[in-house]
Design a protein around this ligand. Sequence first.
Ligand code: COA
Length: 362
Amino acid sequence: MRFAEIVGWGKALPPTVLTNDDLSKMVDTSDEWITTRTGIKERRISHVGATEMAVVAARRALAAADMDPAELDLVVNATCTPETLIPASASHVQARLAARNAGAMDLNANCSGFVYGLVTVSDMIKAGSVDNVLLVGVEKLSYLVDYTDRSTCVLFGDGAGAVVLTPSDRPVGVLSSELGVDGEAADILCVPEFGTAGRPGRPDPRRSGIYMEGQEVFRRAVTKMGEASVAVVEKAGWELTDVDLLIPHQANLRIIDATARRMGLPASKVFVNIHAYGNTSAATIPVAITEALEQEMIRPGANLVLAAFGGGLTWAAAAVKWGERTTPLSVSDAELPPVTQTVWELLQPNFEFYGLPEKLRD
Ligand SMILES: CC(C)(COP(=O)(O)OP(=O)(O)OC[C@H]1O[C@@H](n2cnc3c(N)ncnc32)[C@H](O)[C@@H]1OP(=O)(O)O)[C@@H](O)C(=O)NCCC(=O)NCCS
């Protein structure tokens, strides 16, 4: 029987930091409110496009797997902020990597996109239709953030993470999964006019940023991430006590804590980096996997649960058996280009489109 093992991993986080104190210079908020309500201290704002972040994360993941891009059969970008729609953003990544033997496609399930992608490509590998796959989670969410709206602008950030998968005859990788959606409630977390919903060339700033009914999304995220996480543990034939590490989507520390409580996991078995990056949607989990490996929180043969919730309203969880190797085979020298702008200069296009935040008006 064929399984699909994660053999490479990497991340690319833009260096520019937007702190809670920076946000309190724009809108009526405070470090204290943001920290206690969300767990976020800072987030990254990208000076480059999503492709550049994806390519750096991908090169690092390929190096960790010691794999040449020409060996890839498929490149998948999980994203809801592609640099272009035509071509799909995975085509840019395929071209930049010169992955000349690969197919390429984007997959959009919003914040659950990486887990949806992991389940999809793992099943393609298990079925034998592909061997080597690059799966990227990349977001430039700052593009969609209206910094006049204090209820959403504190939450989101930019970044990319990537994994490389390859067939294995050992029982590793995704052992069980749950994918769900409540499309009827999708309008409580949406960007109303990013696609063809708008008039060509006439974007409406009031309908082009992220809209969210926070409390209702929160309530549903707690329920669905908890239910899906418990379900994949049962389906994998594990007990909850067999779980070595929960790697949850990082949207709100209180959602993470509630999911861990539902699973009866102590804090030492839960990966958290929300303080550093906020919510980076589909990039969150591959970045978290990479950092959990760097911090030696994933041991050889570890039992992992990945769980996500987001726009759609989608949710996804997977029970993942890690393989034997937890260190990279080699290290890439790929880097993002240097930043020449301040964080305020990077946010200027948002201010021009959505409006200047209240406190910057004088
Ligand atoms: C957005 C979120 C942090 C808001 O936290 P909350 O505890 O639900 O806060 P509420 O929306 O109830 O707002 C409470 C008060 O804080 C205010 N508030 C909202 N944002 C604020 C901010 N940045 N700073 C200060 N006050 C703020 C509200 O206006 C409200 O004030 P009021 O009581 O005077 O009306 C939280 O609901 C959340 O994380 N939701 C889910 C996010 C998520 O999971 N997304 C899914 C993936 S994309």
